[in-house]
Design a protein around this ligand. Structure first.
Ligand code: TTP
Ligand code: MG
Length: 576
């Protein structure tokens, strides 16, 4: 909470000005009934026209002052609330950019989306309304009671009974509502999550004909949201008639007692008009309380959710002794007894890995699905940190490099290629700031995608839809390879990135990238790809089963023989 509202600091002055102007409006609102009473008693009752004109002019003047204050207040209130929202969105965005993979695992995308849309707006609205009218309501309630005492203490006694009663009742409503809003917020999250998964997986859902199932999932979440919200709002709205009923009773009481006092000559008519007027203003203010309660409890929930992200500790940073001068020159990678657990997992995914990849060497990593190949890759650019052991780059621990230096030396093509919506040229040059046209074309040529691009309607300017919808899987893979190649990385890491390519294209690609490269790590399921590498690492259930050339593995490993047999047939084994 505190973290979030510290973003108000730059807007303190604006908020104070808005607050002061609101006090002007408040003062006018409290003075008007008083003057109205005076006008009735001194002017109307005595038939004194001068008096009526005088009080009338004062009231019009005050109303105008309040009107002007209201306009300027509104100006500052929106300046403060929009500025605040802008700053906090900016901060959230930067914070999320810093998130490591482990941080991201703790905050699903749907939840982060809700922060930017729902939660920030909620706080922003509350600040605006707060500076405009919300803070005024309790002050009017209080001021109205005080002014009623100034006008006529004997009649105002009635307020002393009704107002505490109402406030006690409202506090009770507030407490109840707070829990209910937590539930509403969770339902909103849920709807967003289902919606987002659906949009992302629309094609899969159609392909599997899971429309009805997904429809039900959405209906559940949506109905849940409706029911929770409806219940909460009904509960709060139900408090309204109770409030008004009590307030109306007190107005009747004022008229009743006032009447007998006027007859007895102890009270003037103007006093009664003024006090009834105050009673109505107090009632209005108090009835606004339920609206305020809703806003405050929702805002509290929103602010807490935002702070959770803001205070989240980034668990993967440059280490303190990282040397900013130190660069990756050769591209030698060495694993020393590396073990790794995912933060939430109990079982290790990788156990005691020890191997070295020399500069310029091509190492293929092969292994069953779930063996831990992708996990192994993610440790090298420090997307996760090792749990045990050490990884060296050019004989120095990877933690001794700046993250930026380390990652810039690596061209990582992830298993599922992700393209950004925008022209192809931007998707390729995304890998390197200020890439020249020649560099882009060269990278595309090496990735064996240049010819395909030239056949597209707008060539390099062709737009890739969101997530690259209008390209084939293999085309997307090659564009994401080009994106990695353009950095001229010391180490290129391909995570099954040639899976959708035919053998000839794949061979040409591997051939083309050979010249530029220092070191190549390639995860593959295909023996044909693996056997072109200098050495093959066979990973099985997070452990290195064996490492060596294709021939050596054929000799040494039963598992490798089985893999080869499944892809090349039995005869191949007999021949070799
Ligand atoms: P991976 O390292 O993804 O296995 P893999 O790349 O060898 O498999 P594939 O050929 O199918 O790509 O996963 C190893 C285990 O780690 C698996 O049980 C899932 C788990 N895992 C996580 O818990 N979180 C993650 O982010 C990843 C990538 C894997
Ligand atoms: Mg994988």
């Amino acid at each position: 909470m505190k973290t979030v509202f510290s973003f108000m600091k730059p807007y303190k002055l604006g908020a104070i000005i808005a607050f002061l102007l609101m006090l002007v409006e408040l003062a006018v609102e409290l003075l008007l009934p008083f003057f109205l009473g005076k006008m009735i008693d001194d002017g109307v009752q005595n038939g004194d026209l001068n008096n009526i004109v005088m009080w009338g002019s004062i009231m019009i003047g005050l109303a105008f002052l309040s009107f002007i204050s209201g306009i300027i207040n509104s100006f500052y209130a929106s300046h403060v609330s929009w500025g605040f929202a802008h700053d906090i969105r900016e901060r959230l965005f930067r914070k999320i950019q810093e998130f490591s993979f482990a941080n991201l695992n703790r905050f699903p995308a749907s939840r982060l989306m809700t922060l930017f849309t729902n939660d920030v707006r909620q706080i922003q609205n509350t600040i605006f309304m707060g500076l405009r009218i919300m803070m005024k309501a309790p002050l009017i309630a209080l001021g109205g009671v005080i002014m009623a005492f100034v006008v006529n203490p004997r009649l105002a006694i009635i307020f002393l009974i009704t107002v505490p009663l109402l406030i006690g009742f409202l506090l009770w409503v507030l407490k109840k509502a707070s829990n209910m809003f937590d539930r509403v917020q969770k339902s909103i999250d849920n709807v967003n999550r289902v919606m987002q998964e659906n949009l992302a997986g629309m094609r899969l859902i159609k392909a599997f004909f899971r429309r009805d199932f997904e429809g039900e999932r959405f209906t559940d979440a949506n109905t849940n949201l409706r029911d929770n919200t409806r219940f909460t709002f009904r509960f709060i709205e139900a408090s309204m008639p109770i409030l008004l009923f009590v307030m109306n009773l007190s107005i009747i009481a004022i008229l009743w007692f006032g009447n007998s006092q006027v007859i007895a000559g102890t009270t003037e008519v103007g006093d009664i008009v003024a006090i009834v007027n105050y009673a109505m203003r107090v009632a209005m203010a108090i009835s606004m309380f339920s609206f305020i309660i809703m806003a405050v409890s929702r805002t509290k929930a929103s602010a807490e959710r935002i702070s959770e992200v803001l205070v989240e500790e980034i668990d993967l940073l440059d280490s303190e002794d990282a040397d900013s001068e130190q660069l990756v020159i050769q591209g030698k990678v060495e694993f020393k007894n590396v073990s790794f657990y995912y933060p939430t997992a109990k079982e290790p995914v990788l156990q005691n890995l020890t191997f070295t990849v020399n500069p310029g060497e091509k190492l293929a990593i092969i292994g069953a699905t779930g063996a831990g190949k992708t996990s192994l890759f993610q440790l090298i650019p420090r997307l996760y940190d090792v749990t045990d052991g050490e990884i060296l780059m050019d004989d120095k621990p990877i933690t001794s490099y700046k993250l930026e230096t380390l990652r810039k030396a690596i061209g990582y093509v992830p298993q599922s290629p992700l393209l950004f919506s925008g022209p192809i040229v931007e998707n390729i040059s995304w890998g390197k700031e200020h890439a020249t046209e020649e560099e882009i074309i060269q990278a595309a040529k090496n990735a064996q995608i240049h010819d395909t691009i030239m056949d597209l309607p707008y060539q390099y300017q062709t737009h890739v839809g969101q997530k690259g919808v209008n390209l084939s899987g293999g085309q997307k893979q090659r564009i994401s390879i080009a994106r990695a190649l353009i950095r001229k990385p010391k180490i290129l890491m391909l995570d099954d990135s040639t899976s959708a390519l035919d053998l000839a294209t794949e061979a040409r690609l591997l051939d083309a990238i050979q010249d530029d490269l220092n070191t190549l790590l390639i995860i593959t399921q295909k023996v044909s790809t693996a056997m072109n590498a200098d050495r093959i690492l066979l990973l099985d259930e997070g452990k290195i089963l064996t490492i060596g050339t294709h021939e050596e593995l054929l000799q040494q490993s039963n598992l490798y023989q089985k893999i080869v047999e499944s892809q090349f047939g039995k005869e191949y084994l007999n021949v070799h």
